[in-house]
Design a protein around this ligand. Structure first.
Ligand code: PMP
Length: 449
């Protein structure tokens, strides 16, 4: 492009060039033919440029847990920007960073009491994997390099994340990925678990596959296991009852680190601050992002157990202990927005609210089970998934149409993966709005029948 951008190019009321922005994880040609444009947001709604209110059934992308454009968060970001726009976290610090780190550590179970900041879920995952590998090196067990993920896991899009992740399309185009990665089997089995509420009864035994991997490679070669307590992006697959406990036991038996990727489940999505609390299992690290500041400023991080952190704190005290970090780790605006979001979560008891609403939510979403093409419905916390039968001609086309029509015709934002609809509203949703959401979903599902 050669032309200087003119003032008209910055007119945001109606952009006339949709060409330059290559949208992520998007069917770009279809989007540009019939764009789903969002202009502003407030509480439970997005608003289109024409002013239509669209009910947010996805909390943006599983992140806006406090609802949209909360005045307290806006004010905190503005105040922080006016005071300190940026400062490096390499060898320097600032108050908001320390304050939010200790707030998050207080929310976490057990001795998960140190926080390493980054800017996204993908960075959080790569950070956790690198801490695991570095930990074994400082412990004098550098042979522990193998990483274990899970089929149908989603751990972001960094090379570490797609290597331990288990989504074919996120892996197949990108070469040979990290070496020395194995995968546990995923835990979804429609025949055994259909129409589950909360944790399915069937499937805890699948954790024992870790024993098989240990037997194959020997524990002395294995650094860490990473799983989502509830696989979100691959269609909402809650951990079967007892599964995470069993994984913890096997990891303990062989000294393998256990990492929970709580980028979705962190900050109240399942009715507790972290899913680790809901399941009564303390992992060695927890990755988080999204809900930490209700999606307002890019931010992610890793909660690390005291023993792992402390293992690095040796040697001369003027030496860097971990050679890792990002220019924007602990960015002041991200930290300020997170402090304000955490205040809202605490003051409005939003995690408890999510827990109290879980049965109402489950009833409403499972109420859609007799609609055409519905193969399965799963709910846990304030999350739901509806599997639709695929059209014979095109996998994913039916759910895509549901998402597109939902937005244009029924004022509803949903998320899709394959032919599965995923829903995860802001935690401020009311019972009336749950009813409204289910009603709109029903209309959408009928419309694509
Ligand atoms: N891990 C999990 C469990 C996720 O759900 C996501 C995002 N949906 C990520 C990691 C990656 O986060 P980000 O898109 O912020 O990089």
């Amino acid at each position: 492009m050669t032309a200087q951008s003119s003032r008209a190019d910055n007119d945001l009321s109606a952009p006339n060039d949709l060409e330059a922005w290559w949208l992520p994880f998007t069917a770009n040609r279809s989007f540009k033919a019939r764009p789903r444009m969002i202009a502003r947001a407030k509480d439970m709604h997005y608003y289109t440029p024409e002013g239509r209110a669209v009910l947010d059934g996805a909390a943006g992308l599983w992140c806006c847990n406090a609802g949209h454009n909360r005045d307290e968060i806006t004010a905190a970001i503005q105040a922080q920007a006016a005071e300190l726009d940026y400062s490096p976290a390499f060898q320097f610090g600032h108050a908001a960073g320390f304050a939010i780190a200790s707030r998050i550590a207080q929310l976490a179970p057990g001795d998960l009491d140190h926080v390493f900041f980054c800017n996204s879920g993908s960075e959080a995952v790569d950070t956790a994997l690198k801490i695991a590998l570095a930990y074994w090196n400082v412990q004098g067990q550098g042979s522990r390099t193998r990483l274990i993920g899970r089929e149908r896991g989603y751990h972001g899009v960094g090379f570490g994340g797609i290597s331990v992740g288990g989504i074919v399309k996120n892996r197949q185009f990108f070469g040979s990925l990290l070496a020395g990665v194995d995968h546990l089997p995923h835990t979804y089995n429609r025949a055994e678990q259909a129409f589950s509420r909360g944790e399915p009864e069937w499937g805890a035994h699948l954790a024992d596959e870790l024993e098989r991997i240990v037997a194959l490679h020997d524990a002395s070669t294995i650094a860490a296991v990473i799983v989502e307590p509830m696989a979100g992006s691959t269609g909402v697959i809650p951990a079967p009852k007892g599964y995470l406990q069993r994984l913890r036991q096997i990891c303990d038996k062989y000294g393998i680190l256990l990492i929970f990727d709580e980028v979705i489940t962190g900050f109240g999505r399942l009715g507790t601050a972290f899913a680790a609390e809901r399941y009564g299992v303390i992992p060695d690290m927890i990755t988080f992002a999204k809900g930490v500041n209700s999606g307002t400023v890019p931010m992610g991080g890793v909660l690390v157990r005291k023993g792992i952190h402390d293992a690095f704190m040796k040697g001369p005290d003027n030496m860097i202990e971990l050679f890792h970090g990002y220019t924007y780790s602990g960015h002041p605006l991200a930290c300020a927005s997170a402090l304000a979001a955490q205040d809202i979560y605490r003051d409005e008891k939003l995690f408890e609210r999510a827990k109290a609403l879980e049965p109402v939510w489950a009833d409403a979403i499972h109420g859609l089970k007799d609609l055409p093409n519905v193969l399965d419905i799963r709910t846990v916390g304030l999350v739901g998934a509806i599997d639709l039968a695929s059209r014979p001609d095109a996998f994913g086309a039916r759910a895509f149409e549901a998402m597109d029509r939902g937005f244009h015709d029924h004022d509803l934002m949903i998320r899709i993966t394959g032919d599965t609809i995923a829903i995860s509203p802001p935690l401020i949703i009311t019972e009336v709005q749950i009813g409204e959401l289910a009603d709109k979903l029903g209309k959408v599902i009928r419309a694509v029948a």
